[in-house]
Design a protein around this ligand. Structure first.
Ligand SMILES: [Zn+2]
Length: 425
């Protein structure tokens, strides 16, 4: 199975790309971005760069240019299944997915859905995805399909796969060996789901054993953790302590931790968050999914999302992920990371201008840090991968979920919707 590049790529052979009149994050005025052999070689004030014969030159005309979106929490194996979820709960989603796995899942099915989604995601400005892949399947069909997707898309999207025991690490006697087999096959990251184990004690044990596996293999960790409205779901405390004891800070991520929205504020702010900050553990919130799946059984309904404002203020790296797109948990989704950041801003009370800038970073720079992407950003030396939005500022791009006009990957223009670019000489 192989993937064709987007139609008629007129720029594929160009060595040097100059993009003039760019508005970029963190700098005033417009700049030119010069790319040589797939790397940003220079970022200079407007007018300071002269194009030379053979350059591909793009005039961004004062538009906002950003490094690509990074979606650090997604599920490519269940994407686009469009399985209905009548109750709108996490539980029904897990049950419906288990039924789908047993009755419909094939390698081809996963591959085709994931491939279709990646085409759309790339066109929407996403160039890195951390996808969980369910390993609670004797055949590991999802793993096989997504390893192929990772290989086939490596020139356009950096895909990191997480071995995810969806039904629980202790759900079946073979889950441990299936997870190990998935890692042996090349899955990158160790996952977990302690709140879905039968008891809190088993959840605790699953964290210890999974951290041991990751530590031995020198792998990153990203667990679905405390995705629950139960304030007593405190597995993140155990995950943080294991991270501390093993000195694995910055390699470990707690995804979701929605129970923190229900916790006693004294425990949360005086104990848990300082402990997490000291350890260096990362957090990924999934605003669209968290507010949709959480809070069903409480009145008044809580804002069932991790307190991203407090976490960021404590110096913790926080990303916002999309999690789901037309799958057993969520019928909507459009690979729009601005939509994710905006929901996070609404739910997290992050609507000040500086806070919106932070929210933008939760879908770009911060998840890039969590995924340990090399050469991310727009500084000289970074990979020449970026997106030109049809908007004059970051605020306008976010406000309107602006069109992604030009998409550049490693110095090559992969998509150009402007049709008025020129080649000098
Ligand atoms: Zn998830």
């Amino acid at each position: 199975m192989s993937i064709a590049w987007p139609a008629a790529n007129a720029y594929a052979d160009a060595m040097r790309l100059v993009v003039n009149n760019c508005v970029v994050p963190g700098r005033s005025g417009t700049v030119s971005i010069v790319c040589d052999d797939g790397t940003i070689s220079e970022v200079a004030p407007a007018g300071a760069v002269a194009s030379i014969r053979g350059d591909v030159v793009i005039d961004a005309e004062g538009r906002f240019v950003s490094p690509p979106f990074v979606d650090a929490h997604f599920h490519l194996d269940s994407v686009l299944t469009r399985v209905p979820n009548r109750s709108g709960t996490l539980r029904e989603g897990i049950d419906n997915w288990a039924h789908y796995k047993r009755s419909k899942l094939t390698v081809e099915d996963v591959y085709q859905r994931a491939n279709r989604y990646c085409e759309h995601a790339f066109a929407r400005g996403i160039q890195a995805i951390r996808s969980h892949v369910d390993v609670c399947d004797q055949r590991l069909l999802g793993v096989e399909a997504l390893l192929q997707i990772r290989a086939d898309w490596k020139d356009r999207i950096d895909i990191q796969l997480v071995a995810f025991p969806q039904d629980g690490f202790f759900d079946g006697p073979e889950t441990r060996s299936l997870l190990i087999r998935a890692l042996d096959m090349g899955v990158d990251v160790v996952g977990g789901i302690p709140h879905n184990e039968r008891t809190g004690a088993l959840g605790h044990r699953s964290i210890v054993e999974l951290m041991e596996i990751a530590d031995e293999r020198d792998l990153l960790v990203d667990m679905h953790c405390d995705e629950s409205d139960d304030p007593g779901s405190r597995h993140v405390e155990i995950l943080t302590d294991e991270t501390y004891k093993r000195n694995m800070g910055e390699r470990v991520t707690a995804s979701h931790i929605t129970s923190t929205a229900m916790m006693d504020r004294y425990y949360l702010n005086r104990k848990l968050i300082p402990l997490m900050a000291r350890t260096g553990i990362h957090v990924i919130a999934n605003p669209l999914i968290n507010v949709h799946l959480g809070g069903h059984f409480h009145h008044p309904a809580p804002r069932a999302m991790a307190p991203i404002k407090e976490l960021l203020a404590a110096g913790i790296t926080v990303a916002c992920g999309q999690d789901c797109n037309e799958d057993p948990w969520y019928p909507l989704g459009d690979a729009d990371m601005f939509e994710v950041a905006k929901m996070g801003a609404h739910v997290g009370h992050m609507m000040g201008l500086a806070q919106l800038d932070e929210m933008y970073r939760t879908i770009t720079y911060y998840p890039a840090r969590i995924m340990r992407l090399d050469g991310y950003g727009l500084d000289p030396g970074a990979r020449a991968s970026f997106v030109i939005f049809d908007a004059p500022t970051l605020l306008d791009a976010m406000r309107t979920s602006a069109e992604r006009l030009v998409i550049v990957r490693d110095g090559t223009v992969a998509i150009d919707r402007r049709l008025n670019s020129t080649t000098d000489g």
